[in-house]
Structure formats: C-alpha cells, structure tokens
Design a protein around this ligand. Sequence first.
Ligand code: F6P
Length: 353
Amino acid sequence: MKKNSKIKNIAILCSGGDAPGMNAAIRALTRTAIFKGYSVFGIKRGYSGLLEGSFIELNLRSVANIIQKGGTILKTSRCPQFFEKEYRIEASHILRRNKIDTLIVIGGEGSYTGAYLLEKETGFPVVCLPGTIDNDIVGTDYTIGFDTAVNTALESIDRIRDTASAHDRVFLVEVMGRTCGEIAQRVGIAGGAETIIVPEDKNKITMSVLNNENKILNTAISLQNLKTLSEKLASDLKKSQAKGKMSSIVIVAESGKPEFTYQIARNLKKFHKIDSRVVILGHVQRGGTPSAMDRYLASLMGYEAIETLHQGKSNHSIALIQNKITAIPLKSSIGQHKWNDQKLLTVSKILSI
Ligand code: F6P
C-alpha cells in the first residue's frame, strides 16, 4: 500500500507508569514507520515533555539494542496539567508547530483518556498502545508490561512462601495495580495464594471466603470497614489452620488506599491474635527485562499501530483480543474500568483449600 499522504511525521510518547516492553514498542513503531516512509520523533517525558516541546528525531539506529531493556528510553511522567483542556489545546499547537501529523501514545487508562480528549477537542490524530503493568484497559486482553510484572511478583511470592512455611506464618503480600485487581488475581492463582483481596468498585474490595457450610462466598466489603474485612479474613485463616495449613499467603491488591495492607495486619493482630508479616512488592514490579510475551506483544502492537495510520485511521487503540492483534476505536476503552472476574476468585479459593 502507498504511504498515507496526509502523514509525514509521527511522534511517539510514553505516559504514566513505565512498563517493561515499552522500549520494544518504541523500536517496532520506529522501524515500521521508517520502513513505510515516515519520519519519527520521540517526545521525552510524556505529556509533560510534549508541553515543553521536547522532541528528538529517532532513526533506525536510535532504537537498536533496546528490545530487552525495561523502563523507557523516552522517559515518562505523570502530567496533571493534561487533565485540563487548555493544556491539551496548547499541546495540539505545539505538535502542529513541530510539523507532527500524528501522535502515538503508549500508556495506561489515564494516558488513553488524555489522548482521546486531545483528538476529540482539537482534531489532532492519535493512536494508542496499551502500555501498563496494571492490565487495566478495557478492550484488550493484555497490556504491554503486565506479563513481566506478574512474573516478577511471582518470583518474590515463591521466595516468601519458603520463609512463610519455615515459620508457619501468614504473609500479606501487596501487589500493584492501583484500583484494578488484574495483577493480584493473576499472581494469586499462579502463586497458589490462600486468599486474594481485590477492589470491587471505588469503595469496596472483594475476597472469597469459605463459610461454615463449606461453601465459597465472594464477599464485597466497604474499604471503610476494615474491621469486617479483618474478621472475615481471620475466620478464613483459622479454618485453614484447623485443616493443618500452618502458613498462608494472602495477596492484597493495593486498591488505591494508602496503608491498606498494614491496617489489615494491625487488625488481625489486635482483634484476632493472628501474627502476620506484610510485604509490599512496590516498584520492583515495574522494572526489569521484559518477558518474551511482552516483547512479542509490544513488537506486533507497534507494527499494527503504524499499519493503522498507514490505512488512514486515527482515534484507535491497538488491542489483543482472543489472541489477535487488532485496532479498535479508542472510545471503546474510555471511561470504563476493568473490575475483577468473580469466577477467578472462586477458582483460586477452591484450589487453595
Ligand atoms: O500504573 C502503574 C502503577 O505502577 C500502579 O500499579 C501504581 O499504583 C502506580 O503506577 C504507582 O505510581 P507512581 O510510580 O507514580 O508512584
């Protein structure tokens, strides 16, 4: 197919939390775009760098030797200004002044919203790639970085299990994901956790518990009501102990509430005399060499993003749907939240009995 004559220059930025595989995406975008006859510019430090006019030209060699590297060579940032329309309008002027014809954004839920509003309000064409460890974007089965983060967390959980077992202890392991429970559910099942606690909506969490009739119930509890949460968790842990399980791993999704996991541990001790240890895995989950899955996903998604522009489409995002990489309207991923899959909680509980 001939080059899209409306496009000469493409700009790429990474936004929000970095994710392993972002570099593989930058490489794929740059090389595919140059192959198809476009010029490529990287924007440093996400939307903040865009507002500062921080552009650098990328060539085939500037993306050499980065496929295996975590982080992002373009750097990233959180940019509160981009929540405001006047800054998005300013961004469109900066892009046009720099003769950019299309912007490619690699990021998560918040970055998608910024990109969507930029095109909606100013007509500036955008295409998005899902790059976040949280896997919180509706419309794609996987985001770039999720698989690596899950594997990184899992490696730590396996180690924690050794010491938990040696001491017959309860460990509360907090994983990232903001208000999305995808990482928690995935590592909980893969790590054989006894309980997984995930956000249910903005104000509630859910966990599976075994009731007195040996039935599994997915219970939603208000985030304000940590005493009830600790009560249910304590009763569940005591049932496990009665069956001879002397150590337990509880995976707690960070849930957007500071000190959440420490508060649960304090309540377990204070009201139920259960001694536990808290491990916050934190930013370790964001770093490191991207897994084969994330490199593969990023490479194919990068290719597909350029192909999408080449076909004259913007206002799209690239998604993995049932093992197929495809472009979907950006709007379908905006303003929605990926909540937990109740079935996964039930399954994990059955498997940990
Ligand atoms: O969005 C990715 C993420 O790692 C979340 O899981 C986490 O809540 C957040 O970023 C942490 O952000 P920051 O690095 O700005 O503290």
